[in-house]
Design a protein around this ligand. Structure first.
Ligand code: AMP
Ligand code: ZN
Length: 464
């Protein structure tokens, strides 16, 4: 399996620190608003990376943070006249709802910056002790000139950065030793959340949180670190500088960055005010369509968001779902005997093609094409003429691929005879005074839109 590593700017064979295990960290959102479709891209893509690594048999420890202390959160809290924790808690909950809608699985751990301040203070102290940081008037800065590899990820060098940023010293940070030094800890301002520290009351800078959380939950060295390409510099460059200065070891083996989600060929972002909320998409589409749309392009390419592309993603997804339902519902018609070989061979070829696409730096666009090919092939097979074993293998291949991409088999419609069998079972349970089971059946039917009514003539049912 090959992964494009931003560090080396090439595809590299993927190997892990520990056999069979992957330690993976993805920078999560700053929670001051509902997430937009641009934020959804790394969530959906890295969830798919995780799923594929699991498909390959790895045990994946997936950590993704919530940045819940930040200027934008504080500004919003001031606007609403509430504590900043009210804002961050609200948008963490809303973000989780959107993630569930997009079928993005919860991370193994979802740490919050505000719950990790102690670890951040410790790491800042370690940096000061090693000469990589210094304090001036309650602010602690990272001393980038002491970290010889600064710029290794972004390919920037300090001199160019400084000459390209002449304004840096004019922004009130003239106490810095060097213009590119960045903040690790800043003193509190009136009305802002703060924590006690050896440098006075204040709060951490943004970059230190990810170094601390990845170290705490994954260890000093990790396999994959991910995020959008806007994070390469300065955020990820600074994470490397912090983590490696403390540990003396390479921090992450692979750095993966998704390209931008654009709208009218401009990056979708809050500041450009050209964003579409995931919540708004959900009014019109199942969010599975958004997921499918996102995976229809290679993750490193820019992807333009448009109404037409969403509509075409919906059509494509419908076609796949219909085929998955048919593979399930027609299976019973298959004979036990017959020549299974041609279909089994085709299924194996689809699986191999899917794996080849995903092994090539997670080419989900090609993986989706393979799924379409499979669907086309499956639709040509007649259940009456296909032996059951072959049909089942084709179905399993389709489901395995679908599962990695986050495409779901449609829910099965309950047939009248199944409903009646369940109602009889419920009556029997009631007779046996097993009310728990009786309620369970009623509730599960209700969840599928089947309503029961107990009448004098017996139980009547209808579809809601
Ligand atoms: P933020 O909340 O701005 O810190 O962003 C959270 C994540 O979303 C980061 O990994 C960003 O790189 C990513 N992101 C934000 N906007 C876009 C976009 N338009 N396209 C792709 N990724 C984005
Ligand atoms: Zn981060």
């Amino acid at each position: 399996m090959k992964i494009y590593n931003t560090l080396s700017r090439q595809k590299e064979e993927f190997t892990t620190l520990e056999p069979g295990r992957v330690r993976m960290y993805v920078c999560g959102p700053t929670v001051y608003n509902l997430i937009h479709v641009g934020n959804a891209r790394p969530m959906i893509f890295f969830d798919t990376v995780r799923r594929y690594l699991e498909y390959k048999g790895y045990d994946v420890n997936y950590v993704s943070n919530f940045t819940d202390v930040d200027d934008k959160i504080i500004r919003r809290a001031l606007e609403e006249g509430v504590d900043s924790a009210v804002i961050s808690e609200r948008y963490i909950e809303e973000c989780k709802k959107d993630m569930a809608g997009m079928d993005v699985r919860p991370a193994t751990t979802n740490p919050k910056a505000t719950e990790e301040i102690g670890g951040m203070i410790e790491m800042i102290q370690a940096l000061i002790e090693k000469g990589f940081a210094y304090e001036v008037n309650g602010t602690v800065y990272y001393r980038v000139r002491n970290f010889k590899r600064y710029g290794m990820l972004s390919g920037k060098n300090l001199e160019d950065l400084v000459s390209g940023n002449r304004t840096l010293l004019v922004t009130g940070e003239d106490e810095k030793e060097y213009p590119m030094d960045f903040v690790l800890w800043k003193p509190k301002k009136e009305g802002e959340p703060y924590w006690e520290s050896p440098w006075g009351q204040g709060r951490p800078g943004w970059h230190i949180e990810c170094s601390v959380m990845s170290k705490k939950y994954l260890g000093e060295q990790i396999d994959i670190h991910g995020g959008g390409e806007d994070l390469i510099f300065p955020h990820h460059e600074n994470e490397i500088a912090q983590s490696e200065a403390v540990s003396g070891k390479p921090f992450s083996r692979y750095w993966m960055h998704n390209g931008f989600l654009n709208i009218n060929n401009q990056k979708m972002s809050k500041s450009l005010n050209n964003f579409v909320l995931v919540r708004d998409i959900a009014k019109k589409y199942d969010l599975g369509v958004l997921r499918f749309f996102m995976l229809s392009a290679h993750y490193r390419n820019p992807l333009n968001f448009s109404e037409e592309l969403m509509a075409s993603a919906k059509n494509g997804l419908d076609r796949i779902e219909t085929a998955l339902a048919r593979l399930r519902d027609e299976a019973e018609k298959c004979p036990e005997e017959g020549a299974a070989e041609p279909v089994l061979e085709a299924a194996a070829k689809f699986r191999a093609d899917f794996e080849a696409a995903m092994d090539d730096d997670f080419n989900t666009a090609d993986a989706i094409s393979v799924l379409f090919e499979l669907v086309k092939f499956a639709n040509m097979q007649e259940p009456g003429e296909t032996p059951r074993a072959a049909w089942d293998e084709l179905r399993k291949t389709a489901l395995d691929i679908a599962q990695v991409l986050g495409v779901k088999e449609p829910a099965q419609e309950l047939l009248d005879k199944d409903i009646e069998t369940l109602i009889e079972e419920r009556q029997a349970a009631r007779k046996a005074k097993n009310y728990a089971r009786a309620d369970e059946i009623r509730n599960s039917l209700a969840a599928q839109g089947i309503l029961l009514e107990d009448t004098r003539e017996g139980v009547k049912w209808k579809r809601a």
